[in-house]
Ligand binder design. Structure first.
Ligand SMILES: [Zn+2]
Length: 197
């Protein structure tokens, strides 16, 4: 069993340096990440009908927000835009960036073999738990040109993609835990939200 924290950066991962300022970069925005128990996280997202300028701007904002957090995966619903768009970058700090985009991702096949990773989530900060999921999945999606694609993924990419596809369906990683563990986490975040007013 491999234990890797997902959702947040690798342990000790520094914040990624901002790119040099330009009009293009300045147009991107770090958006606010919704935090549990925000009800918007529980709504299923709408499919993207057309990959247009609005969707490309959304993707830029998602990367800006994800790298700023820092995190390795984000679904659009986490920044309050309920569209079926997922961004990932699993590159380690010594590796070049590897931004990946999945539009309308859908799991079309799962292996019987399972794997366990310790997961986290930018919408459930500082909370990590082991989650068992299919070790390999096939995912259908559109790329940023709107071209249909299908990939088979394994390992950390498989787990991260399943975690993000769950978000597009209003599902959080804590839903894969025992009710006792899940209730404890929800209670803690509900209290914190009340305290924050
Ligand atoms: Zn998440």
């Amino acid at each position: 069993m491999r234990r890797v924290r997902i959702g947040h950066s690798w342990p000790g991962f520094p914040r990624i340096d901002r790119l040099p300022a330009s009009a293009y970069i300045a147009a991107m925005a770090v958006r606010e990440i919704l935090i549990l128990p925000d009800k918007r996280l529980r709504k299923a997202s709408e499919p993207v009908k057309k990959v247009d300028a609005g969707i490309r701007k959304l993707i830029e904002d998602m990367f800006e927000t994800m790298y700023d957090a820092p995190g390795i995966g984000l679904a659009a619903v986490q920044i309050g835009t309920p569209k079926r768009v997922v961004t990932l970058d699993l590159a380690k700090k010594e590796e070049p960036k590897n931004p990946q985009v999945f539009i309308n991702p859908e799991v079309v096949w799962c292996s019987d073999e399972q794997s366990i990773y310790e997961e986290g989530c930018l919408s459930i900060p500082e909370t990590y738990s082991e989650v068992e999921r299919p070790a390999r999945v096939k995912v259908k999606y559109l790329d940023t040109d709107g071209t249909p694609r299908e990939i088979e993924v394994a390992g950390l990419l498989s787990t991260c993609l399943q975690h993000e596809v769950d978000h597009t369906n209003g599902v959080l990683f804590i839903d894969h835990l025992s009710r006792l563990k899940r209730d404890r986490i929800v209670k803690k975040f509900t209290k914190a939200a009340k305290r924050a007013g």
